[in-house]
Design a protein around this ligand. Structure first.
Ligand SMILES: Nc1nc2c(c(=O)[nH]1)N[C@H]1C(S)=C(S)[C@@H](COP(=O)(O)O)O[C@H]1N2
Ligand SMILES: [Mo]
Length: 318
């Protein structure tokens, strides 16, 4: 079992003062919602680390027994095109991104639409620690100890109608704050979606932290999706809108390259990307001499989520 206490995390993997200054605001907000530890004096890195820890976390039911990828890799090797297309761009270019105040619009086929503040969203939820494998379509994988809560628990609060067959998520659109949106690499804002039963599955998580700390900006602060049996691009970052729909959402990567990226995007070693094999994956942080590892169907969560796709042709619905 991996126990996520700060003692387990080597000091070098925690954070640096630059990241920390920007997280302090989020911590204030979360602590206002009763979710973070007491804000202490920030004179030493030890007290800073303590104060960025979430209180009342418990271990989620799907935690896997694998060593997490080092914090340093999880927070410096990212895909977040709103802050540039290079793997180190998000860490470099998102540090001044302000995530306070933050609100989420809830629209469409629900009884309780509206604009909710992040505090409203988080208040009733108990935060869980869950170690999930996040796998990117580019064939690299990380094991990340997320802090979050099941997406389904939030969805229930909005009371979707019987016509809600899909859930659509949208990232903030603000080219002044997200410089990557000034380039036309994608049709902004970033949009993702899930079928409602996928969204209600307890493996679908809304993450607000990782490694016991609030989410670094480059990982999708202040709130992002984590769908660990799907390729990384489904796990949309910095969400500002959740829409309940009768029809399948038009998602960013599917729109941009429909032959390469399907709506489902389930991790599947038997369905290759047109330009590369999906059979093996590189473990981020492992030695360059380490062999790649075999990719598992549904990223190793087949027993949990396989029944969602019973009878579906996964080559057609890729
Ligand atoms: N808004 C938004 N969300 C996004 C992306 C993005 O460019 N913009 N990239 C996706 C991709 S391709 C991956 S692999 C994961 C990476 O998440 P991580 O940087 O936390 O590892 O975020 C996903 N979520
Ligand atoms: Mo990705």
């Amino acid at each position: 079992m991996i126990i996520h206490t700060k003692q387990c995390i080597p000091q070098s993997e925690i954070t640096d003062p630059v990241h920390f200054r920007n997280r302090r605001k989020i911590i204030k907000m979360l602590s206002a919602a009763g979710l973070a530890g007491t804000i202490g004096p920030f004179s030493s890195s030890a007290s800073a680390r303590f104060s960025t820890k979430f209180k009342h976390r418990f271990k989620g039911p799907f935690s896997i027994d694998e060593n997490p990828t080092a914090y340093e890799y999880v927070t410096s090797y990212n895909n977040f095109y709103e802050f540039g297309t290079g793997k180190s761009d998000p860490a470099n270019q998102s540090q001044n991104f302000k995530t306070e105040p933050w609100s989420l619009a809830v629209e469409g086929e629900v009884e309780k639409p509206g604009v909710y503040t992040l505090e409203d969203i988080l208040a009733p939820h108990t935060l869980e620690d869950r170690v999930y494998r996040l796998r990117c379509v580019e064939a690299w994988s990380m094991v990340i100890p997320w802090v979050g809560f099941p997406l389904g628990d939030l969805i229930k609060r909005f009371k979707p109608t019987s016509r809600a067959k899909f859930v659509e998520f949208t990232t903030l659109y603000d080219p002044n704050r997200m410089p990557g949106q000034r380039s036309h690499v994608l049709d902004w804002p970033y949009v993702e979606g899930l079928r409602i039963d996928e969204a209600m599955h307890p493996l679908s998580l809304l993450a607000v932290g990782l490694y016991g700390n609030v989410l670094p900006n480059q990982n999708g602060a202040p709130i992002r999706l984590v769908v660990p049996w799907k390729y990384g691009y489904k796990s949309i970052k910095s969400i500002v809108k959740i829409s309940f729909r009768e029809t399948q959402p038009i998602t960013s990567w599917n729109k941009s390259a429909p032959r390469e990226y399907g709506f489902y995007s389930n991790v599947n070693p038997y369905v290759d990307h047109p330009r590369w094999s999906q059979k093996r994956e590189r473990v981020v942080g492992a030695s360059i001499f380490s062999p790649k590892r075999d990719t598992d169907l549904f990223n190793g969560y087949a027993d949990d989520v396989g029944s969602l796709y019973a009878g579906m042709d996964l080559k057609k619905f890729f």
